[in-house]
Write a protein that binds this ligand. Structure first.
Ligand SMILES: NC(=O)c1ccc[n+]([C@@H]2O[C@H](COP(=O)([O-])OP(=O)(O)OC[C@H]3O[C@@H](n4cnc5c(N)ncnc54)[C@H](O)[C@@H]3O)[C@@H](O)[C@H]2O)c1
Length: 431
């Protein structure tokens, strides 16, 4: 029996051992789904704290309850290690390591490169490697393939390689790793077939595409689509503000059109590991081909200017009360990059706090998910949200609209309120 049939049989019997490199927001939920589907999962991470936590059955990822993980660890279905030489053990290895941007906003694929090197050192015939980290088109074929074939193994025959982008939306109560359709782009048709067979028991819908480049671009199209549409609706918010029209009324009314319109909402800018970063991967790749991706640049420009726009609203709200920003207390509500999650990465709240501090304002914040803030020069502790703290602030600013905040109290008790998310009823913006 060839490796292809062997792996498909191992998927059917769930006897394949599944490896996951990088046990963060993406890797841990995947490991849990694979284990619940019946596989034994071996997780790899370079961070000892992450590995120790998982082996003790403790989850550090909000979407994976400790109880759910604990059961799988206890049953021997999931274990984790920092020992990358054990990468020989799994039949299938999913790479879920970070892909940030460098200081100069260029792709930083050093984590993918390190993980690939680890796999290349131990690769054996019959293994499957799936890259899930978001990256520029060409990474799988240009970076992983030569490294994995270095020892003489042939892709599609001796081992299998695919790109399968991650679509997880942390905090989404409806869509998770299992019920979000997953794209698979193998280097050869056999690669797509084997990955589809292995992921089939854990993921409800798998969508094959003809190449890893197509799969890489699917992810970049999805996130560029969001970045551009958020940029458009943010510009529309500025337009409406200048015209004295309520942008939210316009959006809601437009959204009654049953076709040809998709609702996006304005806000303080974009955050998280994906929307502010991923389009730059594509822009960077295209620059190397002498093409400028204008939509990406423009959306990035507008979205990154939103913190300044909203800080100006605070300054103007304070001015209306005869106060200067310098010396005023501003209470920021919500600092996570989106509602109901504990992730601060690239959050526009950080820019807003820095801008306010630069103006001399005394900034406090409240976020039920983030008890302390230690980021690039910002060091604060979450204040309790009470009528007193609200009344004590010269201006309250809603940056992230967490569901559990008492917005009626916020509206009642704030002396001045700037609402970047339309979280309280009535007109948005300063009053
Ligand atoms: N977080 C999301 O919502 C999301 C959604 C879709 C796609 N993605 C993409 O998925 C990828 C992973 O993102 P994440 O949010 O899970 O990151 P994360 O930072 O939460 O987790 C990554 C983990 O990888 C580990 N790691 C780093 N280098 C390693 C190495 N060489 N070997 C083993 N472990 C290593 C880190 O210690 C960390 O625990 C990124 O490319 C990201 O763009 C993320």
């Amino acid at each position: 029996m060839g490796y292809e049939q062997d792996l498909i049989a191992k998927a059917q019997s769930r006897s394949a051992v599944m490896g996951v490199i990088g046990l963060g927001y993406v890797g841990l939920p995947l490991a849990v789904e694979l284990a619940e589907a019946g596989y034994r999962v071996l997780g790899f991470d370079v961070t000892a704290r992450v590995v120790e936590g998982i082996n003790a059955g403790r989850s550090h990822v909000q979407d994976v309850p400790t109880e759910r993980l604990g059961k799988l660890v206890k049953a021997g279905k999931i274990s984790a290690t920092t020992d990358l030489s054990r990468l020989r053990e799994p039949d299938c290895i999913a790479i879920c390591v970070p892909t940030p941007l460098s200081k100069t906003r260029d792709p930083d694929v050093s984590y993918i490169s390190a993980a690939t090197d680890s796999v290349a050192k131990t690769i054996r015939p019959g293994q499957v490697v799936i890259l899930q980290s978001t990256t520029y088109p060409g990474t799988t074929r240009e970076m992983l393939l030569p490294a994995l074939e270095r020892g003489g193994l042939k892709v599609g025959k001796d081992f299998f390689l695919a790109f399968s982008p991650e679509r997880v939306d942390p905090g989404n109560p409806r869509f998770n790793t299992r019920n979000t359709p997953k794209i698979v782009g193998g280097v050869t048709p056999a690669c797509t077939k084997v990955v589809t067979a292995l992921y089939g028991p854990a993921i409800e819908t798998l969508v094959g595409v003809s190449s890893p480049e197509a799969a890489e671009l699917v992810k970049l199209l999805e996130n560029t689509f969001r970045a551009v549409n958020i940029g458009l609706v943010n510009e529309m918010a500025i337009v409406c503000d200048k015209l004295g029209v309520d942008v939210w009324e316009v959006i809601e009314a437009a959204n009654t059109k049953p076709f040809g319109f998709m609702k996006f909402t304005p806000g303080p800018g974009v955050g998280g590991h994906c929307i502010p970063l991923d389009p730059h991967y594509l822009a960077w790749k295209m620059r190397s081909l002498n093409y400028r991706t204008r939509f990406i640049e423009l959306a990035g420009e507008i979205n990154s200017e939103m913190p300044e726009y909203w800080v100006e609203k605070v300054v103007s709200a304070l001015n209306d009360r005869g106060k200067a920003a310098r010396g005023s207390t501003v209470l920021v509500l919500g600092v996570a990059y989106k509602k109901d999650i504990d992730d601060l990465r690239e959050s526009p709240a950080l820019d807003i706090i820095r801008l306010l501090e630069r103006l001399g304002a005394k900034v406090q914040y409240h976020d039920p998910f983030i008890p302390e803030l230690h980021e690039d020069g910002v060091a604060l502790k979450s204040s309790p949200l009470t009528a007193e703290t609200l009344r004590a602030a010269d201006c309250v600013m809603i940056v992230t609209d967490h569901t559990t905040l008492d917005y009626a109290m916020v509206q009642r008790e704030s002396r001045a309120l700037v609402d970047t998310r339309h979280a309280v009823a009535g007109r948005p913006g300063a009053r």
